[in-house]
Design a protein around this ligand. Structure first.
Ligand code: PXG
Length: 455
């Protein structure tokens, strides 16, 4: 048995957590997760919790997969590590690269491996700038991204991302520009959605013209913005973005760290939205989080130039193509394929969740409830008819999140947006169970807000 108090005290004394304000946490006591199975996790006090966030958007095949454990152990015994520098390679990395290209489609030919999504986005920036330099256009350095985007937490990742709180700590690298996100419900709820999608994509063209097309290297975007609050773009958005990128010859990078490997019901989110990226960032779901792995799927347009004319690309990580991580990824993809999980999301559980979210929109606190595959979000709203939001200071999202924790549900709050991304193995019965918990937490939040006199 885990001694909760003892571990909490050591945690407080020595463990600095990501994205955490530690002041006050010690008094409250950090939550210790001790075991997991399928879509559930347990804390050190024995509470069973429905993990509707898949860990951190990554647990695609669900917890407790012995196949992945066995593959990792076997690979560790055979070849626990070797690098891919100095003209060497290893079999799992080669096989995984081949498999990912098969899934990515005919526009792609190569994979560059990293350990995380942040690193992979660093690779993207270096790769696209090297690409343009190789083509004799070294002034093409600027990358356009979007407000509220999340592309990682290294200096490049946070610069690409559109989170002002991150920019405020450590600054930004030069040459990154941001445009507004395609958040229909938040920005223009009364406008026709498809028209809004075209308008929002048009902000890219405006920015290109403002900066000068000859200076732009690439546009980067998540097919569905995840950490920014599950912002699902209108269906007109990505085809228009693609048209604009093509018009100005700008490279398109789709950050598929959350959307990739089945979350939206396709192997990659860009395949659902009809975008044709030149580069795709991946991480998380490629191994279902069992072991760290990330990378960039490189399209032929970029790969051909780099390979034929680029010379040595002075870039790589100690763990690029780590054999254990790649072996686990192969086994993970094998599970996704054999159990038909991607199609299940597209044809069964995704549409079922969409139906449930459409019903959820009737709850008095819920605005803009929407899902895409197995990601979903809504905003806690004060006056739905007039689109009046709660005072930010009230922290209504945190109130709701508190009730979720207390009732055995992991649901994230991003400001006033409540978001979920349950494992791809989640069944319809488990969606019903999750929806029951969501209603319970919404009602508890409503009671609090009434008591506070703000609803
Ligand atoms: N791109 C996207 C789209 C991501 O969601 C990264 C890149 C960076 O990946 P790494 O492996 O370097 O973390 C991510 C990661 C949140 C949250 O608050 C989301 C992420 C990471 C941490 C917190 O939802 N996504």
């Amino acid at each position: 048995m885990t001694n909760t108090k003892e571990i909490q005290a050591i945690d407080s004394a020595h463990y600095m957590h990501p994205f955490t304000d530690h002041k006050g946490l010690a008094d409250k006591g950090v939550r210790i997760i001790t075991k997991a199975d399928n879509v559930y996790i347990w804390d050190s006090e024995g509470h069973k919790i429905f993990d509707a966030m898949s860990g951190l958007w990554c647990m695609n095949v669900g917890y407790g997969r012995k196949e992945l454990v066995d593959v990792a152990a076997k690979q560790m015994q055979e070849l626990p590590y070797y690098n891919s520098f100095f003209q060497t390679t290893n079999v799992p990395a080669v096989k995984l690269a081949e498999k990912i290209i098969q899934l990515a489609g005919e526009n792609f030919s190569h994979v560059f491996f990293s350990t995380s999504g942040s690193e992979a986005n660093d690779t993207n920036v270096r790769m696209v700038r090297h690409y343009w330099t190789t083509l004799g256009q070294p002034e093409r350095t600027v990358i356009i991204s979007r407000n509220n985007a999340y592309h990682g937490s290294t200096l490049v990742g946070s610069s690409l991302g559109g989170m002002s709180g991150m920019h405020a700590q450590g600054g930004m690298i030069p040459g990154i520009e941001h445009i507004e996100q395609p958040y229909h419900y938040g920005l223009a709820p009364n406008q026709d959605k498809d028209a809004f999608g075209i308008e929002a994509a048009g902000w890219l063209e405006k920015k290109i013209l403002e900066v000068g097309a000859e200076k732009i290297a690439a546009f980067i975007g998540e097919p569905v913005q995840g950490a920014g609050g599950v912002i699902i773009p209108p269906k007109t958005y990505w085809p228009e973005i693609q048209r604009i990128c093509d018009k100005y010859g700008i490279l398109l990078i789709c950050d598929e760290v959350i959307c990739g490997f089945g979350r939206l019901g396709k192997w990659f989110g860009s395949q659902l939205f009809g975008a044709k990226p030149d580069l795709m960032t991946f991480a998380k779901g490629v191994t279902s989080g069992y072991i760290p792995l990330g990378g960039v799927v490189v399209g032929k347009r970029v790969a051909n130039v780099l390979i034929e004319q680029g010379g040595e690309f002075n870039h790589g990580y100690t763990y690029s193509g780590h054999p254990v991580a790649c072996a686990v990824a192969l086994a993970n993809i094998d599970i996704l394929e054999k159990e038909g999980l991607v199609d299940q999301v597209l044809n069964e559980t995704g549409p079922y969740l969409a139906e449930k979210y459409a019903e959820l929109a009737r709850h008095p606190l819920v605005g803009g409830a929407e899902s895409c595959g197995l990601v979903a979000g809504f905003v806690l709203i004060k006056d739905k008819a007039n689109h009046i939001h709660f005072d930010e200071e009230l922290g209504v999202g945190m109130i709701c999140r508190g009730h979720c924790f207390a009732n055995g549900l992991i649901m994230r709050a991003v400001g006033d947006r409540m978001i979920i991304a349950p494992p791809l193995v989640t069944t319809k019965a488990q969606i019903d169970e999750m929806m029951g918990l969501i209603y319970l937490c919404l009602d508890a939040t409503l009671t609090d807000l009434k008591q506070l006199g703000v609803f």
